[in-house]
Each structure stands twice: as structure tokens, then as C-alpha cells.
Write a protein that binds this ligand. Structure first.
Ligand code: FAD
Length: 298
């Protein structure tokens, strides 16, 4: 899909399959990223993304690993960028660097509040909301395709789903080309969210983001942080398999398999997997999808 943008690919009727990496911080984590990105290249994802760390802390490393993922494995890479701690000039420098290096798509985000604060404080010469970053990229670097975040169970700071969707519409009106969702473990939230978006005249593709649930503690932490539902049946299955790595893998992979199957059958434009730089569970999921003849590239 090198010549096609993500949007063109989806418009051609194909379902995207994408993976999310994060920039590693320790020597061990670097090796893990290298090993997993190498192993996962055989799955031939349509694109991969690489996150941007809190407070601009990974400005350099997001770029470095975006380049590395592209050069080492030929991945089409979508780097993330947040508004946190950056002036407009700094953001412009960063985006220019990506443009010069040949990247075509960016995920534009506001970022989370810093430290213990519950409130996001923008840089005095920066942006308060992601829609402003989207508008900035579109006006200064119009050739970039732009992804934005969406929240099937609403963003934790939003007073209501309605207001969150109104704000999501601002990102689309500012020029966002597609939406990738926060993780969810109950597909009903995604389907309702898509319906609400369509009623609000949000027309762009909404790619569901999923994480394979193989570790109860981690799943609870993420669900807590994102305020996502952790279904009782998943929670009790993971709890009853504590300490049994094989059983946990089987439960998590099967849960995500069922989610993917249902999402694709009901028209989702693709699937984005939050893999936490690990390949094992993703490879097992891919096997299961293959056995069920579920193919992304057709
Ligand atoms: P926004 O769209 O700006 O929304 C933030 C809040 O403000 C929402 O409650 C919204 O309803 C409200 N709002 C938005 N616009 C307006 C407006 N114009 N007026 C009034 N209210 C408004 N974080 C990272 O640090 N690095 C990453 O790499 C990263 N990747 C992510 C990838 C995906 C797919 C997703 C879904 C999230 C990611 N995040 C990442 C987390 C994200 O930064 C946080 O969820 C953050 O709190 C909100 O970012 P946003 O871009 O959705 O913000």
C-alpha cells in the first residue's frame, strides 16, 4: 500500500490492519521493539503507528523509531504528535522534520494533563485542543493525511458523550481524515459511537482500536484510566486463570478474535491493535484469524 494513503486504501474497499508501537526507553525495551517489529513484519500490516510520549519527552525517539520501523521493515509509519509542552514553532519544526523524511500521515492529539493535574494546561504559544493542531497542520502542511483520537465511551474529561462528539466533529471539520478509537472491550460501545458520529455528520472512517487482554492488572489499569467498561465475563475469566500464562493468552486472544470478527462483519473499516511492543499475542491472534479465513487485505 506504499503508494496509497490510509484513506485511499479504505476508500478502495479494503480493511486496514494496523499496529501501534511506542518508543522504548531501556536497552531491554529497545531489543524487545526490534524483535517484535521484526517478527510482526510477516503479518504485513497496512501501517503501524508510534506514540508520542508525555510532555514531548519522546520528540526525538518517536522520530528515531518511526524512521527505524520504516527503514528496517518497510513499514508505512504514522507518527503520533501531541500539543503537550510545545509552542507552535516547535510543532512546526517537528512536522517539517516528518515531511522532509517522507512521512505522509500523522496522528494529531492534544495529549494528557501533566503530572497529577486533572486539567490540561497548554503551552502559552501552543494549542488547547487537538482540533487546533489539526487545523494548524492542514494550513501549514496541507499534504499530510491526519488521524485523530475518538472515544466510544467518551473522553474522561468530557461532561457528556454528546459534547465529546461535538468536539470530535470540530477535529473532522478542521481536516481530520480518519478517527482511531480508544480501546474498548465491548463492541456495543463502538457501534453506538459510530451511529452517534454519523448522526452528527461525522463521515470519516472510524477505525476501532483494540488491546488483547491477557493481564488482568494491566487491563484494569487501562480501563480505569480510559474509563472503559471491563465486562464481568472477561474480568472473571482472567481472574480465574491468574498465574496460568497459557490460559491467559487463550482467553485474551479469543476475546479479541471475537471482537475483530464481529467488528469486521458489521462494517468496521479496519482494526488497529495496541500491542504494547509485544508480538506473541498478536501472532497468536493472527493465526486464529487465518484459521477462520478472516483476511484484511481483500
Ligand atoms: P481533544 O480532542 O482535544 O479532546 C480533549 C478533551 O477536550 C475532550 O474531553 C473533548 O471533548 C474536549 N474538547 C476537544 N475539543 C474541544 C473544544 N474545541 N472546545 C471544548 N472542548 C473540547 N496520548 C499521548 O500522550 N501520546 C500518544 O501517542 C497518544 N496516542 C493516542 C492514540 C489514540 C488513537 C487515542 C484515542 C489516544 C491517544 N493518546 C495519546 C491519548 C490522548 O492524548 C488523550 O486521550 C488526551 O487526553 C486527549 O487527546 P485528544 O487528542 O483526544 O484531545
Amino acid at each position: 500500500m506504499e503508494s496509497q494513503t490510509i484513506i485511499q486504501y479504505i476508500a478502495s474497499g479494503k480493511k486496514t490492519f494496523s499496529l501501534e508501537f511506542f518508543p522504548p526507553k531501556s536497552e531491554k525495551a529497545i531489543q524487545q521493539l526490534q524483535a517484535s517489529s521484526s517478527e510482526l513484519s510477516k503479518l504485513d500490516p497496512d501501517f503501524v503507528s508510534i506514540t508520542y510520549g508525555a510532555g514531548g519527552s519522546t520528540r526525538k525517539s518517536t522520530f528515531t523509531y518511526a524512521e527505524q520501523l520504516k527503514a528496517d521493515h518497510g513499514y508505512k509509519v504514522m507518527p503520533h504528535l501531541t500539543c503537550v509542552g510545545h509552542s507552535k514553532n516547535e510543532l512546526s519544526e517537528i512536522i517539517q522534520q516528518y515531511q522532509d523524511a517522507g512521512f505522509k500521515t500523522l496522528m494529531a492529539l492534544r495529549g494528557d494533563p501533566q503530572g497529577d493535574s486533572q486539567t490540561f494546561t497548554p503551552h502559552p504559544d501552543g494549542f488547547q485542543y487537538a482540533n487546533e493542531l489539526v487545523a494548524f497542520i492542514k494550513s501549514t502542511f496541507p499534504n499530510f493525511e491526519i488521524g485523530v483520537g475518538g472515544y466510544p465511551e467518551k473522553h474522561p474529561e468530557a461532561p457528556s458523550q454528546e459534547s465529546d462528539i461535538r468536539n470530535l466533529k470540530k477535529k473532522c471539520d478542521a481536516g481530520a481524515d480518519f478517527i482511531t478509537t480508544q480501546l474498548f472491550y465491548n463492541n456495543e460501545h463502538y457501534f453506538r459511537f459510530v451511529d452517534h458520529c454519523r448522526s452528527a455528520n461525522i463521515d470519516c472512517p472510524i477505525i476501532p482500536g483494540l488491546m488483547i487482554p491477557t493481564n488482568l492488572e494491566r487491563v484494569e489499569r487501562f480501563c480505569n484510566f480510559c474509563q472503559a467498561e471491563l465486562p464481568d465475563s472477561l474480568k472473571s475469566a482472567l481472574a480465574s486463570a491468574q498465574g496460568d500464562a497459557q490460559a491467559l493468552q487463550a482467553i485474551g486472544v479469543d476475546w479479541t478474535f471475537q471482537q475483530v470478527k464481529d467488528l469486521l462483519e458489521q462494517g468496521a473499516p479496519g482494526i488497529h491493535l495496541y500491542i504494547m511492543n509485544q508480538s506473541k499475542f498478536m501472532l497468536a491472534l493472527s493465526e486464529k484469524l487465518k484459521e477462520a479465513d478472516i483476511n484484511f487485505h481483500s
